[in-house]
Design a protein. Sequence first.
Length: 307
Amino acid sequence: MKIGVLTDSSSYLTKEQCEKYGIDVLPIPIIWDNKEYLDLIDIGFHEFYEKLSSSSTLPTTSQPSIGTVKKYVDKYIDEGYTDLIIITLSSGISSFYNNVLSVADEESRINIHPFDCKITCAGEANAAILAGRLVKAGADIDLIMHDLNDLRNTTDVRFMVDNLNHLKRTGRLSNAASFVGSILKIKPILSMDVQNAGKISAIAKERHYKRAYNHIKKDFDRLISNMPYPIQLTIFHADDEEREAEWISDYENSFPKVKFYQSIIGPVVGVHVGQHTMAMIWCRDLDSYFDKNGKPIRDIKSKVVED
């Protein structure tokens, strides 16, 4: 058995992470002024947000076509893979997962295992990294898919946008109607129902940034306080490194037992949330899926986060 791991660019894995864990990345297209840009290939992180802040037109996103997915599948087949895990961003905000299902249903030369992570960015990256680590540790496909589902059960997210205009414009906010007329007066706190449909919704409203920040911090403390497993947290940003550094410093002081990571909200996700968005995704510590010798632990059944 030779197992490959493929994910999409909204995971924002670094080149080093991809090489270390044997992960391939399929770029998602952005459409802007009738031109297609591949995420972080044809347009960079800072370049995208500079253009977003100055352009008179706004971008949209597409999803990798079935034909593009098939080209990647062909590459794995040519390289002798028997199984391919394809980890996609949430089906609640993109149709890419459904495209992968279509390819998997038609393909008989290789076993394709689609996985809908019901989230994006760092949550998707965590799933891809866990899969890559398990492959390298010699885990079979059943154990890998079991652990991906288990990890998803422990995953949660909070994020704060400057305003809801981008999410409303692109149709990614499930309860947008409840915010009509109040967008400029509030700091919305958003989440995704990772254990259900993987849709984005605003779960709270605060009048000021500091109040919204404290609200998110209290949510995190409440949701991890009774978890019987170790937690890792990724804090990431849409071109606001200064604010990210402030969040990380505060959280490291307040939650010394939590393991911390940093990442970005790149162009494809930035289309929907806008510049200066701050976000945090947490889950069971990936290291805890392995014993002290680096061997995968079987039959893990984590307590589900109940948000």
